[in-house]
Every structure is written in C-alpha cells, then in structure tokens.
Design a protein around this ligand. Structure first.
Ligand code: PMP
Length: 427
C-alpha cells in the first residue's frame, strides 16, 4: 500500500515550489506512483492503460525488468562522466546503435535530451557546410534551446528567441495543408525559400518523419525525396529528427525516414532510446563527425554508463520481444478500429499515423474542419476516468495522440477503442 502524500498535497506544493509554466494534465491531475509495462497505477492502486507514455519515454514498457536490471547493475558498478576515461558500456551501446543505421551513419554523439541532440545536429550541419541557413517545417517541434526553439514552428513553444538563419517551410499536411496530398507542391516551397530567402546555399533541412507534438502528421507522399534532392543541390544536409518516430514505433520500419526511401546525413534520437533514462544521441557519418574535432566538444553526462547500459538493454528488448513487429501488427489493428469509429462519430475528422504513432483529429464538422477543442478535452478527461490515458496535441489542440509503449496488445487496443467509442457516444 502507498504511504505517500495525497494528490492534493503534491499539487499544492508543486504550485508553490515548481514552475507553473507547464501544469499537469487533467482537471484532477493523476498522481502516479508505479508503472508496469503498459500500465500505470495511482496512489489508490487504480490501474490506467497507458496509451501515451511512448511519447515521453517508454519504448519497451514502464520499468521493463531487463532495462531496470541493466541500469541498477551499472549504477552499482560505476556512474561517471562519458568523457575523460574509457568504459565499455558507452561504446557497447554506440556500436549496437550504429548497427541499426544504413550506409555511413555510424558515428554516435550522446546527449542528455532531444533538444541537445538537435542543437548539436544543427551546429554540425552549419560547420560542415559553412552555411547558416536551416529550413524546418511549420508545426514541427525540435526542442527548447536557442537553435531548436527557432527551428520549432508553433507559437506556443516559442519565446522571443533570436531566429536568424531559420526558415519555416509549408507543412506538407495531407489533411489541412494547402496542397492536400501533393507532396511535390509543398517541396516547391522549400525551393522557393532557398531561391528567395538565402544565397542559394544552405546548411540543411530538419524534419520529423511524423510530426508528434504537431498532432501526428505524416508528410504528404513524395515530399521528402523531392526536398532531399532540393537540399542536396543547395549543398545542405538532411537532418532526420527521430526523437518520437524512431526505435520501431512506426512499425513498418525501425526509423521513420526509412518509409521515404532517403538516407539522412544526420539523425537525432531521444525519448524512447532509454525507456525513461535521460539520454539522446546524434548519429552521423565519419566525414561530418569530423567537424567537432576543430574544437573540444563534450557533454559531461551525455551517454553516461548508466544511461547507455539502459539504452543497450532497450535495443535488446526491442529485438527479443519483436516490438517493431508488434507495433506494426497491433498498431495497424488499432488504426483500423479507430478508422471504423468514423462511421459512427461525425466528430472524427481524420485518423492517421503509422504503427504505434497514431492520431485522431476531432472537428465540429467534416466540411469546415473547425477544431473540436472543447469536445476533445471532454473525451480526454472521460477516457482517463475510465482508465485509459491518451495524449492531446496538434496546432489546434484538437488531436488525440496515441503513442503507447510498444508492448501494447490487441486486447489493450480493443479496450482503448471501446472506451473512446463510449465517451464519444455519450456526447
Ligand atoms: N524532437 C521532437 C520530435 C520532440 O518531440 C521533442 C520533445 N517533444 C524534442 C525533439 C525535444 O526533446 P527533449 O524534450 O528531450 O529535449
């Protein structure tokens, strides 16, 4: 039995002693005390099915025993800085991680977060090309430090950051974008940006294979290969932000970019990489990696032995438990069932995504696509009351995000859809 303070007490002290910039979710915030695979438990012992944790950290399941064991064993043995000395845990993970990438992508730099990974990727692209201009996609999220906040293109994540050398391209959003599913027309905007807004040469392009924070938006077909060749002609690098879409989450592929038939110059990772351990990574080619030897670049704890031991355990679990395959099978089943809810509920404007990275966009009517923000909040809260946690997101805050730990089962998928169906029927 839980002996800690009640939720009300934690909330009160949180308001006093923690920044209120980001409040906890829900009108009555959840007080979580334990996690086990796809389940979370509150202080009263109530169980919740977690269909959102994948976005935060969890690839193989909360407190997966293999990952916990690896972290505990390494903690007992040694936790220290990544730099200065040798330790096998760091290189073990780097080697195994590099083996998951195509081509020359085999040099790893570890960081503590996704933001840091993207900051480093942008720095490397600028150093390698000698150019400054970076193109990112509207509605994308890349982090909250100077360069990444600039690359992020949603006002609610921006402060008055200096945004020199960043250009935001049209979002190739098949549902709301101006050109519908015509990927080539959106790609032309990238060419226009280069032609009208730069000297003709750029440092690179950064994008998520599927926008996460932006509301689970896949790039319109044909967009990425076209942008890739446009960027290459302008001397730039393609940076794939796989912070959310990596590690088998999309089901069909281990990395999100692989669905588009292009190989990035730099890939950034975080979140699911450590199943909860704070770690991120930049993976690139030896030639590009060389730029950091011009000065001394380091991160004290980025890729420390405890976090890299966790990361290695994560890769092993994904393989051993065939989690990518599970993301594909269960994710496809879940997506089909969500799509069939559209026949019953007019409020669902769109069901999209791949594998276990799915989105359900709610609209007041399908013609005008007016965002159903209030209704979304109601569904979101009621699903929680019935024991299912999903996420919210999207530029209009009208998208239910479904990104469970990859161990999610068919039965879990059924439960989630039944609960969603019930809450929508009640409205
Ligand atoms: N890239 C993407 C695609 C993300 O979703 C996020 C976090 N939401 C980040 C980068 C930044 O990662 P972190 O919060 O670990 O800095």
């Amino acid at each position: 039995p839980y002996k800690g303070p009640p939720a009300s007490d934690i909330l009160k002290r949180r308001k006093e002693y923690l920044s209120t910039s980001l409040g906890p979710l829900y009108t009555n915030p959840l007080n979580l005390v334990e996690g086990k695979m796809q389940y979370l438990f509150d202080e009263k012992g109530r169980r919740y099915l977690d269909a959102f944790g994948g976005i935060a950290t969890v690839s193989c399941g909360h407190c997966h025993p293999d990952v916990v064991e690896a972290a505990v064993n390494q903690t007992k043995l040694l936790q220290h800085t990544t730099v200065l000395y040798l330790n096998h845990a760091i290189v073990d993970f780097a080697e195994t991680l590099a083996s998951k990438f195509p081509g020359e992508l085999k040099v790893v730099f570890f960081t503590n977060s996704g933001t840091e990974a993207n900051e480093l990727a942008l720095l490397m692209a600028r150093l390698y090309t000698g150019c400054n201009d970076i193109i990112s996609i509207r509605n994308g999220y890349h982090g909250n430090a100077a360069a990444t906040m600039a690359a992020t293109a949603q006002f609610f994540h921006k402060f008055n950051v200096v945004q020199v050398g960043i250009h935001h391209a049209l979002n190739p959003d098949p549902y709301r974008g101006v050109f519908g599913s015509d990927g080539l027309k959106y790609a032309k905007d990238v060419q226009n940006i280069i032609d009208y807004g730069t000297c003709g040469q750029v440092a690179g392009f950064i994008g998520e294979a599927i926008q996460g924070v932006g509301g689970i938006i896949e790039m319109a077909p044909g967009y990425l290969p076209a942008v890739y060749s446009i960027i290459k002609k302008a001397g730039g690098l393609y940076i794939a932000d796989e912070v959310q879409s990596g590690f088998g989450r999309t089901g069909s592929h281990f990395w999100g970019f692989e669905a588009h038939g292009v190989v990035p110059d730099i890939v950034t990772l975080a979140k699911g990489i450590g199943n909860g351990a704070p770690i991120g990574a930049v993976v690139t080619t030896p030639e590009i990696a060389e730029v950091l030897t011009r000065r001394y670049y380091f991160s004290t704890f980025g890729g420390n032995p405890v976090c890299t031991a966790s990361g290695l355990a994560v890769l092993r679990v994904i393989e051993k438990e065939k989690l990518q395959q599970n993301a594909f099978l269960v994710g496809s089943y879940l997506k089909d069932r969500l799509a069939s809810l559209m026949e019953k509920h007019e409020i669902i404007g769109d069901v999209r995504g791949r594998g276990m990275m799915l989105g359900v966009e709610l609209v007041k009517d399908r013609e005008s696509k007016t965002p159903a923000i209030h209704e979304l909040q109601q569904i979101f809260e009621e699903m929680k009351d019935m024991g299912v946690l999903v996420g919210t997101g999207g530029f209009h805050e009208n998208v239910l995000r479904i990104t469970p730990p990859l161990c999610f089962t068919r039965e879990d998928a059924d439960f989630l859809v039944d609960v969603m169906d019930y809450t929508m029927s009640k409205m």
